[in-house]
Design a protein around this ligand. Structure first.
Ligand SMILES: Cc1cc2nc3c(=O)[nH]c(=O)nc-3n(C[C@H](O)[C@H](O)[C@H](O)COP(=O)(O)OP(=O)(O)OC[C@H]3O[C@@H](n4cnc5c(N)ncnc54)[C@H](O)[C@@H]3O)c2cc1C
Length: 415
């Protein structure tokens, strides 16, 4: 009987185990998970609601050194396959603008139904066991495990096939502590530098600090030197250390990558994304003519949060008490640029602990995209966030975990 050991009982690992167990009822399938229960991270996804896939799917929503592998993987297991798989588990879906959640909007239900299925399919789940090394033994493997929190080896486990899906190192409190990268390296893989993604950004000499707590619609552009790396529009959140919110999350991986390579990274905020620059300038000129005696803050309060106005004027170098009639072409230009191109230097991404995912990971050119088998080590399969592919917010990272987990589970048991 083939013995398959899955390292990491997260989204990818549970998907791999269920797929393998359904495909071959006689296979001896084990999950080694160092947290106290499988699928712990799922509980935190989508703010506790689990956004598990998206109607719009494709490589436009992912980043990797090798997007062709991502394309091939998603071509074999896409949105419809995820929805079907979830239906078979008994999870009804609910779509919000194409973002899929369980109908109950409870991530806990997703975790629980995956865990129940593992049990009913006879998958052996070993929680509280940390894998410290994987060595080749003939065509198979010898795996060393420790009881979680201990340092002495407690057991050696043999396996014919290993599926490595120990995640990245984002939100390690939920289990993924980065040990998967070392395990993959030990079996001959190379790692694309790993940085936090879908994370807040810290701003140098934060010019919006006094507006901390403000939420406002804005476009966020990330520049590395002068090169535009990524943009997104949505609700920007200003914090006491920097910027947050979905548009910041979506572009944060570009900032983190640039900083990793020690390049200067800048965020440019467009506080009026719905208006062209020349329209803003014309409006300022119009208001100058129309309301000569009104002070500038009165005008800006119509468009911006009260806490934001002094920050904008300070940045523009315009005194608060200036009257609209006193604006000249230079101050109009500065005010326009402040509203449309508010520039801030980024000093850091907010760290792996606060990140939702990692960018970088095991090089995809070392993986067979048809099966997820390693091209460096026979009978080793890899899946999930451990690999060099990260998606934007919207269910794309879980979709990657489901798709790669499915292929790894299927081929580990059938090939
Ligand atoms: C707060 C938060 C919210 C998110 N929301 C969403 C969302 O709504 N939609 C979306 O698509 N994505 C979301 N993500 C991202 C998504 O959860 C991950 O990309 C996905 O869970 C990755 O699955 P995985 O199985 O590869 O890794 P993980 O889910 O990280 O699973 C890896 C497992 O391996 C175990 N492990 C690690 N090392 C070892 C070892 N040495 N020995 C034994 N066990 C080990 C870990 O404990 C863990 O259980 C979110 C992430 C976070 C942190």
């Amino acid at each position: 009987m083939k013995k398959i050991v899955i390292i990491g009982g997260g989204a990818a690992g549970m998907m791999a185990a269920i797929t393998a167990a359904r495909e071959d009822k006689k296979a001896d399938i084990h999950i080694l998970e160092h947290k106290e229960l499988v699928g712990k991270k799922i509980l935190s996804t989508g703010n506790g609601r689990c956004n598990y896939t998206n109607e719009k799917m494709g490589i436009d929503f992912y980043y990797s050194e090798n997007l062709e592998v991502v394309r091939q993987v998603l071509g074999q297991f896409g949105t419809e396959d995820t929805l079907k798989f979830f239906r078979e588990l008994g999870i009804f879906s609910k779509s919000k603008n194409g973002y899929y959640y369980p109908r109950s909007e409870q991530a806990a239900v997703v975790r629980e139904l995956f865990a129940l299925h593992l049990e009913s399919l006879g998958v052996h789940v070993h929680a509280g066991l940390h894998v410290s090394s994987i060595k080749r033994e003939g065509a198979g493997f010898r795996i060393s495990v420790l009881e979680a929190g201990q340092t002495k080896k407690t057991a050696q486990i043999k396996a014919d096939k290993v599926i490595l899906c120990a995640g990245g190192k984002a939100a390690s409190v939920l289990g993924s502590d980065g040990s998967g990268y070392d395990l993959a390296k030990g079996l001959g893989h190379t790692i694309v530098p790993v940085v936090p993604a879908l994370v807040q950004l810290r701003v140098k000499a934060h010019p919006l600090k006094k507006a901390s707590g403000v939420r406002t619609d804005a476009a966020v552009h990330i520049y590395e030197n002068r090169k535009l790396m990524g943009s997104d529009t949505g609700e920007l959140q200003i914090t006491d250390y920097g910027i947050s919110g979905i548009p910041v999350f979506q572009v944060s991986r570009h900032a983190a990558k640039g900083l990793y390579y020690k390049r200067p990274v800048r965020a440019e905020i467009d506080f009026l994304p719905e208006l062209q620059k020349d329209v803003v300038t014309s409006m300022l000129r119009f208001w100058k003519k129309r309301h000569r005696q009104r002070q500038i803050p009165e005008l800006l309060l119509g468009a911006f949060n009260k806490k934001l106005v002094p920050c904008l004027l300070k940045y523009a170098g315009i005194p608060m008490h200036l009257k609209l009639g006193e604006l000249n072409e230079d101050t109009i230009e500065r005010l326009t640029c402040t509203c449309k191109n508010f520039s801030m230097n980024i000093e850091a991404a907010n760290g792996f602990e606060n990140a939702q995912v990692c960018a970088g990971g095991v090089r995809l050119k070392e993986i067979n995209p048809a099966t997820m088998e390693s091209l460096r080590c026979e009978n080793l399969y890899l899946a999930g966030e451990l690999l060099d592919a990260d998606g934007i917010c919207g269910g794309y990272n879980l979709q990657w975990a489901w798709a790669t987990g499915y292929l790894a589970g299927l081929h580990a048991v059938t090939d």
